[in-house]
Design a protein. Structure first.
Length: 277
């Protein structure tokens, strides 16, 4: 592998035998090295092959700005997540989570604690990822003495969930199409203009994104709590009818069917977004 650019003593850009660009991380890997020289592969600790050139460049830049200790902190959390969740995460997690953790620790040290308005949704719909977030908080405290709030466990869980889904461009486009149509169905059903700046709107968007992700990965909610289902159907009849319309749209256009549980939770969010009081 030939060095293309030395970012600092511990990070280099290289090109391998297949002319693929990689980011290599290792103690002293860039020390006294110059472009055009072969890399000392015995010093390689981490290799990143991100297909997106922009993300690859951003990662290399980030790695020049964070301390090796903070990068190792994020790396250990990512390794733990992959172990307990049973699968490899998208490499972009090294960019997004490292950046988030370093920034969050700085904020907490300054007393700038952010609330997480989606914490309930994250806990409820992504319990495994949230458990990783709680582990991350404990691990950060153990290694740095910085006590992260529960809200940060939620933010970390979102990064893990995003990297776990590994959505393709086509999936992202489909998600946007379904979201747009769902909003239109709600607006027409209730004859209202939705407030895109509201918290409930943001919650609905996040819920729909996760719902669509579960739909396409065949991991939909299915608890079969008949009493709860009947209660929601009765108390929120209009919202349930609207949820059914969205379900029919998805079925007609994508050949996928929402479970009754998914319809029920969608109903709750429709109720919130149309009647926030």
């Amino acid at each position: 592998m030939i060095i293309k650019k030395v970012m600092n003593n511990n990070v280099v850009f290289v090109e391998d035998d297949r002319q693929q660009e990689l980011v290599l991380v290792g103690k002293g890997i860039g020390f006294k090295m110059k472009p055009g020289k072969p890399v000392d592969e015995t010093k390689v600790e981490k290799t990143f092959s991100m297909h997106n050139r922009v993300e690859r460049s951003r990662l290399a830049e980030l790695l020049t700005q964070v301390t090796p200790e903070n990068f190792q902190l994020a790396d250990m959390i990512i390794q733990y997540a992959q172990t307990v969740l049973g699968g490899k995460l998208n490499e972009v997690i090294y960019l997004t989570l490292t950046d988030h953790i370093v920034f969050a620790m700085e904020r907490v040290k300054k007393g700038e604690v952010f609330s997480n308005p989606l914490l309930w949704e994250i806990k409820h719909f992504y319990p495994q990822e949230f458990a990783v977030g709680k582990y991350a908080n404990d691990y950060i405290f153990e290694k740095t003495g910085i006590e992260m709030p529960e809200a940060e466990a939620g933010f970390i869980a979102l990064h893990i969930a995003e990297a776990r889904s590994d959505s393709s461009i086509a999936h992202v486009e489909t998600t946007a199409e379904i979201l747009k149509s769902a909003m239109k169905i709600i607006s027409l059903s209730y004859q209202i203009v939705l407030d895109e700046e509201s918290l409930d709107y943001g919650r609905f968007v996040v819920h729909m994104k996760f719902c669509i992700s579960r739909l396409f990965s065949n991991q939909m909610l299915c608890q079969d709590d008949e009493m709860f289902i009947k209660m929601i159907q009765t108390q929120y009849a209009d919202a349930y009818a609207c949820a059914e319309k969205i379900g029919e749209f998805i079925s007609d256009n994508y050949g996928l069917n929402l479970t009754e549980d998914e319809l029920i939770y969608l109903t709750v969010h429709i109720k919130r977004i149309t009647d926030p009081n």
